[in-house]
Ligand binder design. Structure first.
Ligand SMILES: [Zn+2]
Length: 298
């Protein structure tokens, strides 16, 4: 049973927000039917179906009428009914990979690379982990091109993805990992690009990630900027499980041995992204839809 208070700040000033808002009511019924079909068919059978059918059935991993519990005091939000691990793996084997970003993929990697290169000395980094790397390791390749002495490691939840990654010449090791604690090494630099919002139990996750960092190690985190405008304009929140604005994210980070050394906002505003269809760049923007942090391990 979901707790009736905010697990980040204990406030009881909560608001429940629909996870999937459809324009037409009939889609709620469709969603329920798809959810039911997904529930009764074994995943091994669904895997055999044509791609188009599979991508429709993928909607079934989200429980119809799910709500986000949003805290009005600190800004933290969490999905009430997070799919089980099998469903999450199914999702990442079939959807949700960076390839879906199309040409924006390189634009994001470029923007992240410049941010890293401007703020940290890559010559001092000996080892790196891109946790939840996805199929296209553009960013770590750019880092490798800048300093090929860095030992580059990646991880992903999907075995299909780690099989692809392990064939790249600049990648030392590709871990297939569901949680950070399955990784035994320590690193000078860890990248979490659009990962925190999609992990179960993000508090424990950050704790585990932090334990993979060497002292004074650097963590790059990029998350969605889920401020009040986000909730106002975004109608479908999948595949995200947790939601932070700058206030709630820094509140969470303060519980761990990490300190914020840099924060910048990137991308269009939430209004422009969801309402005006402006979805082109990853440029710096005072109120952009992405929060990009550099954190240092104390
Ligand atoms: Zn709160």
């Amino acid at each position: 049973m979901m707790k009736k208070y905010c697990t980040l700040c204990n406030s009881q000033d909560l608001k429940y927000i629909k996870y999937l808002k459809f324009k037409n009511n009939k889609y709620y019924l469709y969603h329920f039917i798809i959810f039911f079909i997904y529930k009764v068919l074994p995943i091994s059978l669904i895997e055999q179906l044509p791609l188009k059918v599979k991508s429709v059935l993928l909607w079934g991993i989200w429980l119809p009428n799910s709500k986000i519990k949003h805290c009005n005091s600190c800004g933290y939000g969490i999905l009430e009914n997070i799919p089980n691990l099998k469903s999450i793996k199914f999702w990442y084997d079939n959807e949700g990979q960076t390839s879906n970003l199309g040409i924006k993929r390189l634009s994001r990697a470029n923007s992240q690379f410049n941010f890293i290169n401007q703020n940290i000395d890559l010559n001092k980094i000996k080892s790196l982990l891109d946790y939840g790397c996805g199929n296209y390791p553009d960013l770590v390749e750019m880092i490798f091109n800048q300093n090929d002495k860095i030992n580059i490691n990646v991880s992903d939840i999907s075995k299909l993805t780690t099989d692809i990654l392990s064939k790249k010449s600049f990648i030392f090791r590709a871990y297939q990992a569901t949680t950070p604690k399955e990784i035994s090494e320590k690193f000078d630099f860890i990248i979490l690009s659009h990962i925190v919002n999609v992990v179960k139990d993000e508090f424990n996750f950050i704790k585990e990630i932090s334990s993979l960092l060497n002292i004074e190690g650097i963590l790059l985190v990029e998350i969605k900027n889920c401020d009040l405008d986000y909730y106002k304009y975004c109608k479908k929140h999948f595949p995200f499980f947790n939601f932070f604005d700058d206030n709630s994210f820094q509140k969470m980070i303060s519980k761990f041995d990490l300190e914020v050394i840099k924060l910048k906002y990137f991308g269009p505003t939430n209004y422009n992204f969801f309402k005006a269809g402006v979805d082109k760049t990853y440029e710096e923007n005072d109120n952009g839809i992405f929060l990009r942090y550099l954190l240092k391990k104390k």
